[in-house]
Design a protein around this ligand. Structure first.
Ligand SMILES: NC(=O)c1ccc[n+]([C@@H]2O[C@H](COP(=O)([O-])OP(=O)(O)OC[C@H]3O[C@@H](n4cnc5c(N)ncnc54)[C@H](OP(=O)(O)O)[C@@H]3O)[C@@H](O)[C@H]2O)c1
Length: 298
């Protein structure tokens, strides 16, 4: 059985990855900054680790010598990255370098979680599309991809986009939950319709990564949802699934919310390679929303 070392285990994806692989009977070491915030504490071991501490990273990896590392930790908010570039470089690029260096002596399969933010406009993008990040967060994720590709370790780069799924205490509320909470309180919301994304149900990402591990699939894979939709369409879908009042959702354009950091309007990722090579098979957005809110719909 593989021993999987997960970084960023207190984050949204990291918590899901930890509980998913633990439930599939993998030997899971969940590492995170500070105390463990994952609610169920069974079936995995927690290792407190700040990835910016090079010595601590080496010591921790030497102790566990995992056969797989899933590096999901990052400074993940583009605005925060833009405002604090030095810290962003340290957390997103240097931390990846420390992990790669520490892994050399026991050669695990290194899986790096990246993002559609390494691309510019005119998505959805395929794996081989030309990178052109529009902001510093995207730049640092691309720099890390390049470090990973240079290594001699078996490596996979998994690009993901707009993840959603169940949330619990200790996680930040997702866009879908923000929509639900507002509509339940009969509050009007404005949601943009001139942006496109390929929102991804978090368990689809976990399933895709499991396939990458089982197939020892080297290279870059896009693990995204199959529907290309706007945030406005997502909000309408949430209202439909939960039987909430759609008329509270106002259709607006991006000009309504000027943002300090540039983001692509037409973003998203193509998933043909993952479907054909890995047997990846993501849910429709509607089905993902049903599962997120535990609504069963055929
Ligand atoms: N969310 C999305 O839609 C999305 C889309 C594309 C790509 N991604 C990528 O997917 C990955 C996971 O994203 P997420 O949404 O789960 O983000 P998240 O909830 O912000 O989780 C990131 C985790 O990384 C941890 N971390 C940051 N710096 C660290 C350090 N120096 N040492 C140890 N841990 C550190 C954070 O710790 P604290 O909890 O202590 O802050 C946090 O728990 C990231 O690599 C992100 O770039 C996410």
């Amino acid at each position: 059985m593989e021993t999987i070392f997960i970084t960023g285990a207190n984050g949204f994806l990291g918590q899901h990855l930890t509980l998913y692989f633990a439930s599939k009977k993998f030997n899971v070491i969940a590492s995170g900054r500070g105390a463990c915030r994952i609610p169920a504490k069974e079936n995995f071991e927690y290792a407190e680790l700040d990835l910016t501490n090079k010595q601590a990273v080496r010591k921790c990896l030497q102790l566990y010598q995992p056969s797989v590392i899933i590096h999901a930790a990052a400074m993940s908010k583009p605005d925060e990255c833009n405002n604090n570039k030095e810290a962003c470089f340290l957390h997103n690029v240097e931390a990846t370098r420390y992990l790669l260096e520490a892994a050399q002596s026991f050669s695990p399969h290194f899986i790096y979680i990246s993002t559609d933010f390494i691309f510019g406009e005119n998505g959805p993008h395929a794996e081989e599309s030309k990178p052109a990040p529009l902001n510093y967060y995207g730049e640092t994720k691309l720099m890390s991809e390049e470090l990973v590709k240079k290594t001699e370790l078996l490596n996979s780069i998994v690009r993901i986009v707009f993840i959603y799924g169940a949330v619990w205490e200790g996680m930040r509320a997702s866009f879908l939950h923000w929509v639900k909470n507002n509509l339940e309180q009969n509050k009007k919301i404005k949601v943009v319709s001139d942006q496109q994304r390929t929102p991804t149900y978090v368990i689809d990402i976990c399933n895709g990564i499991k396939k990458i591990i089982e197939q020892k699939a080297n290279g870059t894979f896009h693990l995204a949802g199959k529907d290309i939709i706007s945030p406005y369409q997502m909000a309408i879908s949430v209202a439909d699934v939960l039987g909430l009042d759609k008329s509270l959702i106002e259709n607006v354009t991006s000009e309504t919310f000027p943002e300090p950091v540039i983001r692509a309007k037409k973003a998203g990722l193509k998933i043909d390679k993952a479907i054909n090579r890995l047997g990846y098979s993501p849910l429709s957005f509607e089905k993902g929303v049903c599962l997120t809110f535990d609504k069963h719909k055929n």
